[in-house]
Design a binder for this molecule. Sequence first.
Ligand code: AHG
Ligand code: MN
Ligand code: MN
Length: 329
Amino acid sequence: MIRFEQTFNSFLLQHQEKHNRTHHFLILLDALISAAKHIQYYYLTGALKGNLGQAGSVNVQGEDVMRMDQIAHEITIHYLKASERVIHAVSEEVEEIVQINPKGGRYFVYFDPLDGSSNVAHGLPVGFLFGIAKRNLNGDEDGHLRAGRDYIAAGMFVIPTGTFTIGLKDAGTWRFHMDETMNFVRPTRMILPEDSKTWELSFNAGNRRTFAEPVHKWISENESKYAFRYLGALAGDFHRILANGGMFMYPAIINHPNPKKNRPEGKLRLMYEANVVAFMCQEAGGTAVNEKAIPILDIQPEKHHQRTALYVGSKGLVEDISGTLRTKA
Ligand code: AHG
Ligand code: MN
Ligand code: MN
């Protein structure tokens, strides 16, 4: 029997039509998909081309090697420019705001083109994470520092596995798989499971003694109830949590034996890492908070690259640890 699969493009077209929306968003999403496919291609062939190395080094052909995350950044910028729908973008790879199409754009895109860099040398999964906000079409612009609550969509590609997950504002979180024709197919609505028997915990266990004492204690009291999984790339780790439930966390580091290694603000970036997974999580029935138990999506960013601690996943678990976080001074 022939099996017919719905593609992401037709899914999105129907979605836009149903909600009486413009085609601009389709064009932007198409650009992001092209970027992801292109990054995946480079990732898979990177070892041959020498792109997994360090920037500035020279490969066997004597050519300068561009690091994979720089390549991923340039690929993404190329497609965003070609879409003509983006005003400015914020990329983890560049300190300044990147001008894309300041005159005619309609959206802001905040992205990390290659997250989980420690996996690159091993060819293991990395993420391409993005959040999208719409420009203020009637009135003053606000410096492009939007809270996650104001994003209209956020998504992630787990490269090179060929999975793509996107949260659409008030329309759910959906997962797609790349088929042999490189189309993303089989829309699957992601809802975090309520039954805790599949729940998992995901965090860098090597850091546990560096967390605030109540967080460390919470872990000791709760860890045996859940399976523990950690890949070291947010997109891959969150991919599992979204399907199985549980919680991913990257708490503030405040008790490191070498105080220079403390990260009281957390490690992850708010606008293109934490907000992206928090947005998808909320659309899947879950929630996310920072070290003060404030919802991640409510944080008004002050800087594009600001960091945050992150606790994201099933409501039951995130609310439970929020109680612990609130007991801290
Ligand atoms: P980067 O942006 O430097 O690639 O960091 C990756 C992030 C995230 O993907 C992952 O969850 C976390 O950092 C891993 O950090 P640790 O190595 O400290 O566990
Ligand atoms: Mn990153
Ligand atoms: Mn990066």
